[in-house]
Design a protein around this ligand. Structure first.
Ligand SMILES: Cc1cc2nc3c(=O)[nH]c(=O)nc-3n(C[C@H](O)[C@H](O)[C@H](O)COP(=O)(O)OP(=O)(O)OC[C@H]3O[C@@H](n4cnc5c(N)ncnc54)[C@H](O)[C@@H]3O)c2cc1C
Length: 532
């Protein structure tokens, strides 16, 4: 067993068994310390249960973690905290008391095609007013889009915060305030591809393309039927804002670990789980790679669902779990440490360095990149999300320097020719060339760099195909169908005492923690009724 996050290992070895020999080691053991699993563990510890988390990596948080890198601090996974800001998790778990400090980003987005820039501010009114000045009529379109879809976006958020069921979806999205009185007009729009819906509202491509690019962050391309919700929740960016934990994204995970430990729970790092132990039809604990067994009343797995299935005997894989679609990855990220600040040609001021840079020349650029992906090729000219958060957080870079992280799409995990070992340099070059449109001086400033290919992401996070959402985010794998019908309520079908959380479950990928909270609620109910 590896070291606990903050306490000496010797203490932990003794501490692991602090009860009578007949009692299980923990009430609940949690596999993986991704942020969702940590959220589940924190709620259980808060309710007084004895919780032990076991993670294979040396840092907690899975795809929400930050490391020191050659004098800079680099996030290794997600960086933009958007979805979790729409949940009560931070307040309920009192994460501010455990060291979490959020820095609000305003402007939220800097949109640019390399020739012109415009901004999405936290205030939708200011955003629309500036748009109208720059692109007459588009501010009005923005206002209309915001007003028409805000109720739906809020209803979607409600569905994310509860276990999905037909009743709950119908009530919240269709009958409730979601679609409102205009539901006959709205319903067909929801069923359309998000690229089409964006065209219905915004006639100006320089406004439309960045919004479409942001919607593409969940994976599906703008032409996918039924994908409109990825665009239609845009109004929520104005509601919850976009924020950054001071010190890096991993600040959220560290605060969760502290919250667990402060309530008597344990978080063991460098402790890969080999097997979920079964007795009859009940999960009774785990066996670690080093051979140690840990017993518990219940097991929660927050690892990728395919990794969870691999920890179980093959005959325990339910029928519904056999056709899971992981896809072929979709993003690559280049982390750069710079000796100097980013300087956008179109907007040299500081505002352009704060929010997420939605850097896209046109919708064609995104469509071409998707075409390359379908052909098994890394795109040579990707649209980019640029993040230079050292503009608001001076802990990320040395004085005068900057962190610049460039997320790019689309990149297949399985390539039509070559391997990621042989093609990473070429993909990295494509990202730099694309960014040179915006800051031609970028190469001179690079002093540290890390290329995270889909293969890199797969190996680091145990995320098959490097899919940062775990499973494809398409309607056939959302809501009650995630990961499969029957396990959508966070209970593993066919095995008592085994629970699921994480991006493989509802509501899917992203830094949100909603799955962790929903799973905790289900498990707390079962524990209190002695069902496990
Ligand atoms: C590069 C990148 C950029 C992203 N950008 C954003 C962003 O800006 N905003 C956003 O909202 N989302 C973003 N995302 C997506 C988001 O970070 C993830 O969807 C989310 O963090 C997944 O969290 P999780 O808790 O479900 O699982 P994970 O983070 O995948 O955690 C699963 C954990 O289980 C562990 N594990 C697996 N097998 C075992 C085992 N056998 N024993 C013990 N432990 C095990 C893994 O090591 C891992 O720590 C990004 C992701 C990546 C990778």
């Amino acid at each position: 067993m590896g070291a606990c996050f903050s306490l000496p290992a010797v203490f932990l070895q003794d501490n692991l068994r602090y009860h009578s020999p007949d009692m299980p080691d923990f009430d609940v053991v949690v596999v993986g310390a991704g942020h969702n699993a940590l959220v589940t563990a924190a709620y259980l510890a808060q309710a007084g249960y004895r919780v032990g988390v076991f993670e294979r990596r040396k840092v907690p948080g899975g795809a929400v973690s930050t490391i020191d890198f050659e004098g800079f601090r680099f996030d290794l996974g997600g960086s933009a905290h958007i979805l979790i800001r729409l949940t009560p998790i931070v307040d309920e778990l009192e994460l501010y008391k455990h060291g979490l400090e959020y820095i609000e980003l305003d402007p939220i987005f800097h949109a640019s095609n390399g020739q012109e820039s415009w901004f999405v501010w936290r205030d939708p009114g200011r955003t629309a007013a500036e748009l109208d000045e720059q692109y007459p009529g588009q501010g009005e379109a923005y206002r209309r889009f915001y007003a028409e879809w805000l109720p739906f976006a809020k209803a979607v958020r409600e569905t994310f915060l509860s276990t999905p069921s037909p009743l709950n979806l119908g009530q919240k999205l269709l009958l409730g305030s979601g679609l409102g009185r205009d539901w006959q007009k709205r319903l067909p729009q929801i069923l359309r591809p998000y690229g089409d819906v964006a065209r219905e509202y915004f006639s100006e491509e320089r406004v439309r393309s960045p919004l479409v690019w942001m919607a593409a962050q969940s994976g599906p391309p703008p032409s996918d039927p039924l994908s409109a919700p990825f665009l239609l929740w845009h109004p929520l960016y104005h509601v919850g804002g976009v924020a950054r934990p001071r010190g890096g994204s991993g600040g959220l995970s560290l605060a969760l670990v502290r919250a667990i430990e402060a309530r008597g729970g344990q978080v063991h790092l460098d402790s890969p789980v080999q097997e979920i132990k079964i007795s009859g039809d009940k999960a009774v604990g785990i066996r670690l790679l080093d051979g140690q067994s840990v017993s518990a009343r219940a097991v929660v797995s927050g690892s990728h669902i395919q990794k969870t299935l691999a920890m179980l005997p093959a005959d325990k894989t339910p029928e519904g779990a056999k056709g899971l679609r992981v896809g072929n990855g979709f993003g690559l990220i280049l982390r750069l440490g710079l000796s100097d600040k980013v300087r956008y040609q179109t907007h040299p001021g500081d505002a352009s360095r704060i929010g997420l840079g939605l850097l896209i020349t046109s919708e064609l650029q995104l469509n071409r990149a998707y075409g390359d992906y379908l052909a098994g090729e890394p795109t040579r000219d990707p649209p980019l999300i640029a993040m230079s958060f050292s503009a608001v957080d001076n802990t990320l870079a040395p004085p005068g320097g900057e962190t610049l992280w460039l997320w790019a799409q689309y990149y297949p995990h399985r390539l039509a020719s070559g391997t990621w070992e042989t093609r990473a340099a070429e993909a990295r070059e494509g990202v730099i060339r694309s960014f040179e449109r915006f800051d031609p001086d970028i190469r001179r400033k690079i002093v540290a760099e890390l290329v995270q290919t889909p293969l890199w992401l797969e190996n680091e996070f145990a995320m098959p195909a490097g899919n940062v959402m775990h499973l494809e985010m398409s309607l056939d794998q959302m809501f009650m169908l995630r990961p499969w019908l029957g396990a959508h309520n966070y209970r593993f079908s066919g095995l008592k005492g085994l629970y699921l959380t994480g991006a493989s479950t509802h509501p899917g990928g992203g830094i949100m923690g909603a799955s962790g909270r929903n799973a905790a609620r289900v498990l707390l109910k079962d524990l209190s009724r002695n069902r496990v």
